[in-house]
Design a protein around this ligand. Structure first.
Ligand SMILES: *[C@@H]1O[C@H](CO)[C@@H](O)[C@H](O)[C@H]1NC(C)=O
Ligand SMILES: *[C@@H]1O[C@H](CO)[C@@H](O)[C@H](O)[C@H]1NC(C)=O
Length: 333
């Protein structure tokens, strides 16, 4: 039940104006006591935590825009509905993307020089085996990950980390951060006569958050249903189906199957798919057949305003006309 405060905390964090005073930390509903303490001690980092929460919600809604469950936040609590407070696959995704969001935003803040406590990763230096020079500001992902681990995971650790839900949440939090780590990239700049690249300097950079969201969405589709099992003196989560490959640190895991999300059920926070826009020609989940759960769909002609006949004018602007185009819009019954 305590896990249910997580989404409250996310929504609260992402909607608060700014966190610049210790008082704000106390007013943030949904934070547990240990987090309030961390908030006060790390005030300058809290704005990044807030940005991370926003980033996570936006990315979740983007990745799930064509799904029956579209990561909608509800006005009434719990924010994402019961599916996130239960141990479902959707909860797995929300936890993973949120802990990744915090790690990502804190890391970027370090690089931008906003924070006193961290800066660029100075451990990346020298000449690489490929012959380029490490130089410039490498993103300090280790700091971002460590901050996310202590700030986000403390919610689960405070429960003794022994309940199945705590184990599930901790696993998915870590999988979220791993999605950044495994997609770290090397960015380079060429130096030399007219960009001849005689000297190349490179630095390590976090991937765009969109890529992290996409990777986690793939993990969502391939998530493993698990159950708790006693292993020696502790408990661990193992695949419910023994024929399945054991999950890795990077996979998402869940404990309970999800509802089908077809019909509205406000008590569970399920909005249903009535009124959702669907794709008439797609056979996938965004297609009208699946998205509308076989209820059928309405078709309407709508006028779409578009820029057209664009001309480039010397120098330097582009002028377009407004054109109206008729398109068919399908929505679920
Ligand atoms: C999600 O779907 C509901 C209807 O089921 C709709 O009201 C809402 O605007 C959608 N949210 C997003 C973020 O697209
Ligand atoms: C609808 O689905 C088809 C087939 O998957 C795809 O080619 C098309 O781009 C989709 N249309 C829209 C508007 O997303």
């Amino acid at each position: 039940a305590r896990a249910s405060h997580w989404d409250k905390y996310l929504a609260k964090l992402s909607s608060v104006g700014s966190i610049s005073e210790e008082e704000t930390c106390e007013k943030l509903k949904g934070l547990i006591q240990r987090q309030v303490q961390m908030c006060k001690r790390n005030l300058e980092v809290m704005d990044s935590v807030r940005r991370g929460a926003q980033l996570a919600i936006e990315e979740c809604q983007y990745q799930f825009r064509n799904r029956r469950w579209n990561c909608s936040t509800l006005d009434s609590l719990p924010v994402f509905g019961k599916v996130v407070t239960q141990g479902t696959r959707e909860a797995a995704f929300v936890y993973a993307i949120s802990s990744a969001g915090v790690a990502f935003a804190v890391t970027r803040a370090c690089s931008s020089g906003e924070l006193d406590k961290c800066g660029c990763d100075r451990t990346v230096h020298g000449v690489s085996p490929q012959g380029f020079q490490w130089s410039g500001c490498s993103d300090n992902i280790a700091y971002g990950v460590a901050f996310s681990q202590s700030f986000v995971d403390v919610r689960e650790r405070s429960k003794g980390a022994s309940s199945s839900r705590a184990l599930m949440n901790l696993h998915n939090n870590e999988a979220g951060r791993k999605a950044i780590l495994t997609h770290m990239r090397v960015e380079c700049k060429c130096h030399g006569v007219s960009g001849s690249c005689e000297v190349k300097t490179c630095w390590r950079a976090v991937p765009p958050f969109r890529q992290v969201g996409h990777a986690l969405k793939e993990k969502f589709d391939g998530a493993t249903e698990v159950e708790p099992r006693r292993v020696g003196s502790s408990r661990a989560l193992v695949p419910r189906n023994a024929q399945f490959k054991p999950h890795t640190d990077e996979d998402l895991v869940y404990l309970e199957p999800s509802p089908d999300f077809c019909e509205q059920d406000m008590r569970s926070g399920v909005l249903g798919t009535r009124g959702r826009t669907c794709n008439k020609t797609s056979k996938a989940i965004d297609g009208c057949e699946l998205l509308c759960c076989g209820r059928g769909f309405h078709t309407a002609q709508v006028e779409l305003a578009e820029r057209c006949s664009c001309k480039f004018h010397w120098c330097c602007f582009v002028k377009c006309r407004q054109c109206q185009r008729l398109v068919e819009l399908h929505t679920c019954r």
